[in-house]
Structures are given as structure tokens and as C-alpha cells.
Design a protein around this ligand. Structure first.
Ligand SMILES: Cc1cc2nc3c(=O)[nH]c(=O)nc-3n(C[C@H](O)[C@H](O)[C@H](O)COP(=O)(O)OP(=O)(O)OC[C@H]3O[C@@H](n4cnc5c(N)ncnc54)[C@H](O)[C@@H]3O)c2cc1C
Length: 472
């Protein structure tokens, strides 16, 4: 609990109109899209760098935790203020300050929504490619802080590949500019890249320069249905090994297909697994490549393959794919999808084995796991479906998650391909990165000696993940 005197100081530096202290407001800001919840002591709406700098300086002097927040769509508890303190809401900083397609960059404030930026860039024939499933709601600041990516990472990479420069308010309130507005930069430590994926633990990002790419001329999507999910996994490996570079290569298992058909009336073929493959580029290349993808899927055992270049049809297919996560929560009468073990990556050729092992683990622990994801870059999403109020359900889920992550690590994979660590993946990240934990901790201590920036997350998380639950 913050004293009335400190709350008064916060109002003085941040502006009273930007401060929320109501019980309802604090409770609401205690959520993100993860399984966790904890209310902050106060919410401050960030307005500009000077205001944020003054607020952070005060937080540092008074030793108050401060957690940055964009849209709160993080899936691993990154935006949860587990030690209370200040939530700094940056969703109101929405200016696109510059778009310079002739220099291949744009400069934005952290609260700009990904899709809105791309709608603006599309008018000039350019785009910022990472394409997360949460594209219509997540902020660029949140994407940078989590190194978000998505459907097109196989060809276009992740957010980190597009961050050229940024302005950061450091934990002592100083403002730091890192990187340059140039496409290349070999000048000293690349601190702008260190900030990417730091999940609000090293500073508040108040401005970002992003590299842009020209929009491809044409796209096509193939849908291939398989009666055996391992064959689908093999089909993905075969597409990659052929030398083609699709702009998207997604997989959905039968649980996910049923979920989107049921909740979105998608009419996808009911089978063990489908592959959605997208290619882009000049029209004649797109035609040639999509036919080649279709042939490879047939040779890999697909029951049926269809492809389209119709914009409306493609939009519908991507909408269905993006709808998997919310649809899974409506899968059963008593079960919801909880965000656990949700975005591991394995070497692409290990996909079929990983999917098989996940299914065996689900059966062993008596839970349903839906598997889908950006399989073309080895990034799978498994969603654990449980009744969160049922006795023993969390224990079974945690045991299954432990089995899944240990399988992933044994296959040479990583516990997070794109969503980040926060709380829900911390214990297994600490196993995966055991050789570099000390260096990560030393960096955190050097930049944030008072430990006020999003404390207790990533390498600082201790114990079980079944804590700070949003469920009663
Ligand atoms: C339906 C759904 C689909 C999703 N699909 C994908 C996907 O395909 N790919 C993917 O990568 N992720 C996905 N996500 C996860 C999430 O949307 C991304 O991680 C996104 O980048 C988070 O953005 P946000 O604005 O919601 O950030 P928040 O959730 O508000 O914050 C996330 C983290 O970033 C920090 N942060 C936010 N802004 C700043 C800032 N300005 N300075 C410093 N730190 C900051 C926060 O402290 C927190 O640690 C999905 C989530 C949902 C709910």
C-alpha cells in the first residue's frame, strides 16, 4: 500500500488527471492475458517522456515497483504487478511521429497499435512485418518489450530484426537514446537490441524507430488436410527442405480445427491436422510456389489440398487461424484454455516428434492439449484445456507443462519462441539459460540497482508458476 503522501507526490509529477486509484480500476489493471493476477497500488497514464522520466525518478527515490503496460495482452504474466506499486499505462501514447519510406524507417510512440501502424504504412506500399495473432490490439511498445513475432517470422523474422533505435527512460529517470535511424549500425554495444525482449525489466521505452519493408505484390494460401498429424509435421519439414521460403506455414490439430469450426463457423476440413501455407512475392512466382507447396503436401500424404489467391478468402482463413486461441476457451462446457506451455520452439525437423510427445504427455496427465502454431519456424502453441475450479486440475496441468518443456529442451528447443517469459515460463527458462543467468542478473543489477522495474520476473521468479492465479 502506498501512503497518501506518496500518492500525492505521484499526482504532482504525473498530473492528477492521469492517475487512477479506484478499487475497480486497480483490480482491472491487475490482469493481462495470462493465468495470473495482482492489483497495482496505483495506475498512471503515461503522456510524454518528461512526465515518465519524473515519475520513474520518484519511483526510484521511493523504491516503488513500476510495471510498464501496453494493451495487457501478454500471455505469461509479464504485465502483472506482482509486488504492487505503479502500473504505467502507455496505451495513450499513440503518435506515429515520422514515416520515411525513402529511408526505410518510421518513428512511433510505444502505444501505437500494430494493425493501425500497418494500415497507415500500407497506404505508402510498405509494412512492419512481424504479424502477431494479437495484431489488432497489441502495442508496438509491448511487441518490442516481448520481441513479438507471428505468422510471417519464417520469412520476415521477429520484432528484434526491425528495431533500429529507441528512446528509453532508465530506472533512475535518465533518458537514453540508443541505436540510429540507419539500416546498418556497427557502433558499440547494441543496447537497443538488449532492450528488445527485456519485458519492462530494464527501462520504459518511450519512442521506437522501426525498419520498414515494401509490401509484397501478391499472396496465395494453400490449405492441406491430413489424417495423421505426424504426416502434417513431416509435410512442413518437406516444404522447408525443398528450398521454398513461404511467408507463413501454420499447423492446426483436430482440437483446434473443431474449436474454430464450432465458435466461428469456419467450415475447415475436420481431420487430424491442417497446414496453412502462404507464399508472397511477384504474381508469377507466387503461382509457381503455391503449386509447388501443394504438390509437396500431396506427396507428404495430404488427403486434400486447395489453394486460393482471393483476398477475401485469404483474410477469412487467417481470421480462423488467429481465432484459435479465443475459440479454444469455448471448446468444452467446463474447460477453458489456460495459457501454459504456450509457445515453445523446436528445430523444424523435430516438429513431428514434438507433437507426438505432447499428445502422449496430455494423455498421461488426463488433460486436453490443443496444438497449433507457426510450425514453419518450429514454433508451436499448445493450449492446456482444464476446468480451473476442479480439484487437482492445476496440479495435473503443471505436471503436464513440466513434461512438455523438458521434452522441448531435450529436442534442442526453447521454452519461448515469441510470447516471452514473465512468470509462467520462468522456471524452465532458468533451466534452458542456466549458463547465462548470472550475466542476465548482473545486467539487471547494473541498470536497475534498486530493482524497481517489473521486479520478480524472468530470472528473478522463484518457485511454482501456480501462484498469483486469476482464478479463485
Ligand atoms: C489472442 C492473442 C494472440 C497472441 N498472438 C501472439 C503472436 O502471434 N505472437 C506473439 O509474439 N505474441 C502474441 N500474443 C502475446 C502478446 O500479444 C504480445 O506479447 C504483445 O507484444 C504484447 O503487447 P501488449 O501491448 O499487449 O503488451 P503488454 O501485455 O501490455 O506488456 C507486455 C510486456 O511488455 C512490457 N512493456 C509494454 N510496453 C512497454 C514499454 N513501452 N516499455 C517497456 N516495457 C513495456 C510490459 O511491462 C510487459 O512486461 C498474443 C496474445 C493474445 C491475447
Amino acid at each position: 500500500m502506498l501512503s497518501t503522501a506518496i500518492l500525492k507526490e505521484i499526482m504532482e509529477v504525473a498530473g492528477e488527471e492521469n492517475v487512477i486509484t479506484s478499487q475497480a480500476g486497480l483490480y482491472t489493471y491487475g490482469f493481462d492475458a495470462s493465468i495470473h493476477h495482482h492489483s497495482p497500488d496505483v495506475v498512471v497514464r503515461g503522456r510524454n517522456t518528461a512526465q515518465i522520466s519524473a515519475l520513474v525518478k520518484l519511483a526510484n527515490q521511493r523504491n516503488i515497483p513500476i510495471v510498464a503496460r501496453g494493451s495487457g495482452t501478454a500471455l505469461s504474466g509479464q504485465a502483472i504487478p506482482i509486488h504492487g506499486g505503479i502500473i504505467l499505462d502507455l496505451s495513450g501514447m499513440t503518435a506515429v511521429r515520422e514515416v520515411r519510406v525513402e529511408d526505410l524507417y518510421c518513428v512511433v510512440e510505444p502505444g501505437v497499435i500494430y494493425s493501425r501502424l500497418n494500415n497507415q504504412l500500407a497506404r505508402k506500399g510498405f509494412f512492419f512485418p512481424p504479424s502477431p495473432g494479437s495484431a489488432d490490439v497489441c502495442t508496438i511498445g509491448g511487441m518490442v518489450a516481448c520481441n513479438a513475432s507471428g505468422m510471417r517470422a519464417i520469412k520476415y523474422g521477429a520484432t528484434r530484426d526491425y528495431v533500429l533505435a529507441m528512446e528509453v527512460v532508465l530506472p533512475d529517470g535518465k533518458v537514453m537514446h540508443v541505436g540510429t535511424n540507419t539500416i546498418k549500425n556497427s557502433s558499440g554495444y547494441q543496447l537497443e537490441k538488449l532492450m528488445v525482449g527485456s519485458e519492462g525489466t530494464l527501462g520504459i521505452i518511450t519512442e521506437i524507430t522501426l525498419r520498414l519493408l515494401p509490401l509484397p505484390e501478391k499472396r496465395a494460401i494453400a490449405v492441406a488436410s491430413f489424417d495423421d498429424i505426424e504426416q502434417a509435421g513431416q509435410g512442413i519439414s518437406n516444404v522447408i527442405a525443398s528450398g521454398l521460403l513461404p511467408s507463413g506455414l501454420e499447423i492446426m490439430d483436430s482440437v483446434c480445427i473443431r474449436a474454430v469450426n464450432r465458435s466461428m463457423q469456419m467450415g475447415l476440413p475436420e481431420c487430424d491436422a491442417i497446414i496453412l501455407a502462404e507464399v508472397d512475392g511477384p504474381e508469377e512466382i507466387v503461382r509457381r510456389d503455391i503449386e509447388k507447396v501443394a504438390d509437396i503436401c500431396r506427396e507428404s500424404g495430404a488427403r486434400d489440398v486447395d489453394f486460393t489467391t482471393d483476398e477475401k478468402e485469404m483474410l477469412k482463413l487467417w481470421k480462423g487461424r488467429k481465432g484459435v486461441l479465443p475459440s479454444l476457451s469455448r471448446y468444452g462446457r467446463d474447460s477453458v484454455s489456460v495459457s501454459l506451455a504456450d509457445d515453445m520452439s523446436v528445430p523444424i525437423s523435430k516438429l513431428p516428434l514434438a507433437i507426438k510427445q505432447f499428445q502422449e504427455i496430455a494423455e498421461k496427465h488426463g488433460i486436453v492439449i490443443g496444438t497449433y502454431g507457426h510450425a514453419g519456424d518450429g514454433n508451436l502453441h499448445t493450449k492446456v484445456l482444464i476446468n480451473p475450479l476442479e480439484e487437482g486440475a492445476w496440479g495435473r496441468a503443471e505436471a503436464a507443462v513440466d513434461g512438455i518443456y523438458r521434452a522441448v529442451l531435450a529436442l534442442g528447443g526453447t521454452v519461448s519462441g515469441e510470447h516471452g517469459i514473465g512468470i509462467s515460463k520462468a522456471p524452465w527458462m532458468q533451466i534452458e539459460r542456466r549458463d547465462s543467468l548470472e550475466v542476465m542478473e548482473a545486467i539487471k543489477r547494473a541498470v536497475d540497482p534498486q530493482n524497481i522495474m517489473n521486479p520478480g520476473k524472468i530470472m528473478q521468479w522463484k518457485g511454482s508458476i501456480i501462484q498469483y492465479l486469476r482464478y479463485p
